[in-house]
Design a binder for this molecule. Structure first.
Ligand code: MOS
Length: 705
């Protein structure tokens, strides 16, 4: 007698990546590795000035170099259409509309593409290409006063205000009034951006590394005025994205060259080029004012966040947003402003808004707790809102305090002496800190197709993207449960725009949105098979579309929550800060695959260490470009910087999701840097309000400043 698999038991159990063996053996091929006949290689040439005009491109000598087949620039490139609204509801970033005019709006602006038979020939020729400019004065100084900064609506109102801020501050027993800054930060996924394009029987076929093939395909169709059905984009394996892998210059360059040459063309970014072409997180300047009664209840909360954008496209890093979910106050003012500078356009980077915003907000809460003599966790307990502070909507679930309770128990918070600068381990001063985390939990419409094959296996087709998150494996478990079949019998195919509409890997919404569609199709298929339907040779396929179901979700404040804890050791004589251990406890919906989910949380927390202590892209005012635009000059946390990082979760299934998922991609980084900064304060008595907490900053501040 065979035992049928128990219903609904694969979701929630650890499963290694279904493509893990392919990845570690090299069988899994990334975009730049997929072979094409007659492939040519394009190399982007970027501007060396930060503002001005291209006066001439000396392409003739370069065209005579070995292997060179074309030099594309504003004088000869195909025209593209930018007068459209993209899939994500925004106008296209003109940075992707390559070579359309002679203006240079920032250093590292793409000015030409050199195409040759080999990558080496293309690079050699690109480096030899002489471009003449008429240079104009530029401004890249974000630290200056910017009276022309303006509010910019993104997904939420730019400005939200209730109550009389000045009156409530005046009536408060304790007030925190401080400015916090975070620097320009870059995603640096392991796999650089890469795309190959070719025309194949009247269809444009693009192999790319991206977070959503249909997103890229629809942008390309719009730009090149093509029938969307004639554009296919595939992206099977992606070595990290973090928000940087949407439509960027490399895909457009590859398509332009493939069109002009009628030959497959691949364009790969170098690590250095990624610093100006891949997007980045804007630096922020954040002003916080908190006022509270002696018992800790907030009377006033003001959070103003200034970020920058380019002169060609508007993007806002909404650092003031987390305050709208986290804490209520009688007077509650939040505002996101931007200033335009002669720099590349920033973009989404893991927890856009929440990552830098939580650093400022959760540091300020810690400052307030200290002023009031209230434990920082207790201060958050006393300010737990019943409704969304700005929206007035009920929460779909808010398990923040449960995270703090469990985290405090496991971290050993109860024994903590709040006085700063008292604990020592040899030359190290020791301290602990905590911070709250939150991130929106959303779902977006998606379609899926699930096929019962004649051999008893199942094939799931969904245009998902696994950017390293483990989404493909999570979807395998979700499908297995819905089909009541073992995961080994389920094959999940993703990353192909021909599979139809599905949400991108973004906003921590991918796995949730795709799981919904997969569940609907798989359950219907299981029911059909249960009726005894014989499976014909071509299989039985059931399709789903969650547009209606997702649209019917009631309006609520939907978020994941978490509590971050950190212990640091600080050497005030060298300025070195070492994180000794971190613990994050999350309430982030049902966890589909504990193995890869832990990787997501720990990865986010690790990035929090990196954000707190290391990462900082520095612009040179003179050239408008970066110092050290590489992984030697731009420091990221390396293995030795990352000690014991533990992540765990409490049971928190989303009541309105068929699988109970909320999404976990981004919340791990939220609050992590604040927990570390709060621990540094506890260790040394010095409050660091500017990231990263570099050795020189620790040294200059000394102890008990
Ligand atoms: Mo993410 S910043 O939504 O890829």
């Amino acid at each position: 007698m065979t035992t049928a698999p128990t219903r609904k038991h694969f979701v929630g159990t650890a499963h290694t990546r279904v493509e893990g063996r392919d990845k570690v053996t090299g069988a899994a091929r990334y975009a730049s590795e997929i072979p094409f006949d007659r492939l040519a290689h394009g190399w982007l040439v970027l501007s060396t000035i930060a503002r001005g005009r291209i006066t001439s491109v000396e392409d003739t000598p370069v065209l005579a170099m070995p292997g060179v087949v074309a030099v594309l620039h504003h004088g000869n490139a195909p025209r593209v259409d930018t007068d459209y609204t993209g899939l994500l509801g925004t106008a296209p970033d003109p940075t992707a509309a390559l070579f359309q005019h002679d203006r240079v709006p920032h250093a590292g602006w793409p000015v030409a593409l050199v195409v040759a038979d080999t990558s080496e020939q293309a690079r050699e020729a690109a480096e030899a290409l002489v471009v003449h400019y008429e240079q104009e004065p530029h401004d890249v100084d974000f630290t200056a006063e910017h009276p022309d900064a303006y509010p910019l609506d993104s997904h939420l109102p730019a400005v939200a205000e209730k109550g009389d801020l000045e009156a409530e501050l005046a009536a408060s027993a304790a007030v925190v009034d401080a400015e916090y800054t975070t620097p320009e930060e870059h995603h640096n996924p392991m796999e650089p951006h890469a795309a190959a394009a070719r025309w194949d029987g009247g269809r444009l076929d693009v192999v790319d590394s991206n977070q959503g093939t249909l997103w890229v395909a629809s942008e390309l169709a719009n730009l090149f005025s093509l029938d969307p059905a004639s554009v296919r984009v595939r992206s099977e394996h992606v070595g990290g994205g973090f928000g940087s892998k949407g439509l960027r210059a490399h895909q457009v360059a590859a398509v332009m060259a493939a069109t002009v040459l009628q030959r497959p063309v691949r364009v790969v970014m170098t690590r250095r080029q990624m610093f100006s072409l891949a997007g980045y997180r804007s630096p922020t300047r954040q002003h916080l004012r908190l006022g509270a009664d002696a018992d800790g209840r907030l009377r006033a909360l003001e959070h103003r966040c200034l970020s920058l954008t380019s002169t060609v496209h508007e993007f806002v890093e909404p650092g003031a947003d987390p305050a709208r979910t986290m804490y209520d106050a009688d007077a509650h003012h939040t505002a996101n402003h931007v200033v335009r500078l002669d720099v590349p356009t920033p973009t989404w980077m893991r927890a856009p808004g929440e990552a830098p915003g939580s650093f400022a907000l959760e540091s300020a809460l810690d400052e307030l707790a200290e002023k009031l003599g209230i434990d920082p966790i207790e201060l958050r307990v006393r300010n737990e809102p019943a409704l969304g502070p700005v929206s007035g909507l009920p929460f779909s679930g808010r398990n923040l305090l449960a995270c703090f309770r469990e985290g405090a128990r496991r971290f050993g918070w109860a024994d903590r002496d709040p006085r700063p600068g008292l604990r020592r381990d040899g030359r190290w001063l020791l301290g602990t800190g905590t911070a709250a985390a939150s991130f929106p939990a959303g779902a977006a419409p998606s379609t899926a197709a699930v096929t019962a094959e004649a051999d008893g296996t199942f094939t799931v087709r969904i245009n998902a993207a696994d950017i390293g998150t483990g989404a493909r494996t999570a979807l395998t478990l979700v499908a297995a449960d819905a089909l009541e079949a073992a995961p080994e019998r389920v094959r999940v195919r993703i990353g192909d725009s021909d599979f139809g509409p599905a949400f991108i890997a973004g906003g921590s919404m991918g796995t949730r949105s795709w799981s919904w569609a997969v569940t609907v199709a798989a359950e219907e298929l299981r029911e059909r098979l249960a009726l005894g339907a014989a499976v014909p040779p071509e299989g039985i396929t059931v399709r789903s579309d969650t547009t209606e179901a997702v649209g019917a979700l009631a309006r609520k404040e939907r978020h994941s929550f978490g509590a971050q804890f950190a212990e640091v050791a600080v050497d005030v004589d060298t300025g070195e800060v070492r994180v000794r251990r971190m613990l994050g406890i999350f309430a982030a919906g049902r966890i589909v695959n504990p193995l890869t989910a832990r990787g997501q949380f720990v990865g986010g927390m690790t990035w929090g260490i990196s954000m707190a202590l290391h990462e900082e892209a520095v612009r040179d005012a003179g050239t408008g470009g970066h110092y050290g635009a590489d992984l030697a000059g731009y420091h990221v946390a390396a293995h030795a910087d990352v000690p014991l990082v533990e992540a765990d979760w409490i049971d928190d299934p989303d009541p309105d999701d068929p699988v109970g998922i909320k999404g976990i991609g981004e919340i791990g980084i939220v609050g992590a840097a604040a927990a570390i900064a709060n621990a540094v304060r506890h260790a040394t008595g010095v409050r660091h309000r500017h990231l990263p907490i570099r050795p020189d900053r620790v040294l200059m501040a000394g102890r008990h400043a």
